[in-house]
Design a binder for this molecule. Sequence first.
Ligand SMILES: NC(=O)c1ccc[n+]([C@@H]2O[C@H](COP(=O)([O-])OP(=O)(O)OC[C@H]3O[C@@H](n4cnc5c(N)ncnc54)[C@H](O)[C@@H]3O)[C@@H](O)[C@H]2O)c1
Length: 309
Amino acid sequence: MNIAVLGSGTIGQSWCALFLAAGHRVVAYDPDPAAEERIIAFVEASRPALESLGYQFAGSTEQFRFSRSAIGAVEDAQFIQENAPEKTNLKHQLFSEIEPHLEPEALILSSTSGITLEELQAGLSDAGRIVIAHPFNPPHLIPLIELLGNDRTDPLVMKRVLTFYESLGKVPVELKKSVPGHIANRIQAVVWQEALHLAQEGVASLSDIDKAIANGPGIRWSIYGPNQLFSLAAGDSGLEGFIEHLGPSFQSWWSSAGHVEFDAKTMEMVRNQLPKDDQDLDAMKRYRDELLVKILRAKFAMEGHGKSN
Ligand SMILES: NC(=O)c1ccc[n+]([C@@H]2O[C@H](COP(=O)([O-])OP(=O)(O)OC[C@H]3O[C@@H](n4cnc5c(N)ncnc54)[C@H](O)[C@@H]3O)[C@@H](O)[C@H]2O)c1
């Protein structure tokens, strides 16, 4: 398949690595002339992890081309993964440039984190051509893709998009309506707010709160989400039984959950409790990425998605 990647920064280069690893032809566009070298280096650096996850990388170097124009990237592409900066006007400008040159069946898949589908559609004469396909960073590794179409999207288009991401070994989920932040970022935001609130209240340090999450619910959340996990925690009575048993406690915790602002007090706490100069950030990133691949390998093998089967 021919895939165009528009905007090849943090997210775009990671998509390039995944598409190439899955055996597709990729043409990337970015106005930054240094991007070509950066993408090639990123793809090479990602290769061992992706190969260990079962991706074949059939002839990846020959399958990759960098285009100095957006039009040159989209001609002949069936899917256009758009990862330009998060500015509506800029994305609209890009769409108006490429739209006359798209193949009749080509679809634009936008990685946007915060621009609504309606806002994106306003930049196209054919609104049915665009779907939000929001990855979780880094897209070449994290399985989740949040998809959003609307009443202007043909159901067959959504089906095509779902099938496309599944074929890449991803786990697409479909939102039924637009909401700022989609699903996963909203949930992360709420959890993070409570973590900061607990630290502000002096309940525990930020690093102990992180330990509590990473060694408790975080491990389980990579197996099932909270709804399914709680339904397994009340014998045979499922989620309803769990709510009967522990619902009142949860409700009282919800009503005492905190609200946090990024004001001077919060910033001072962050500076004092997690001083960046005391941490070997590079070593921690290496550890995070190595362990992530090991977890993904186990998950893909058990669940039968990814490319390891
Ligand atoms: N960073 C994340 O964690 C994350 C996660 C999910 C989705 N997203 C979304 O992905 C998109 C890109 O974010 P990012 O973090 O990769 O940003 P980034 O700044 O790292 O990369 C953006 C790239 O777009 C290029 N660019 C500038 N003008 C352009 C134009 N007119 N046309 C095409 N490309 C252009 C820049 O040179 C840069 O390389 C945004 O819509 C963002 O919301 C980001």
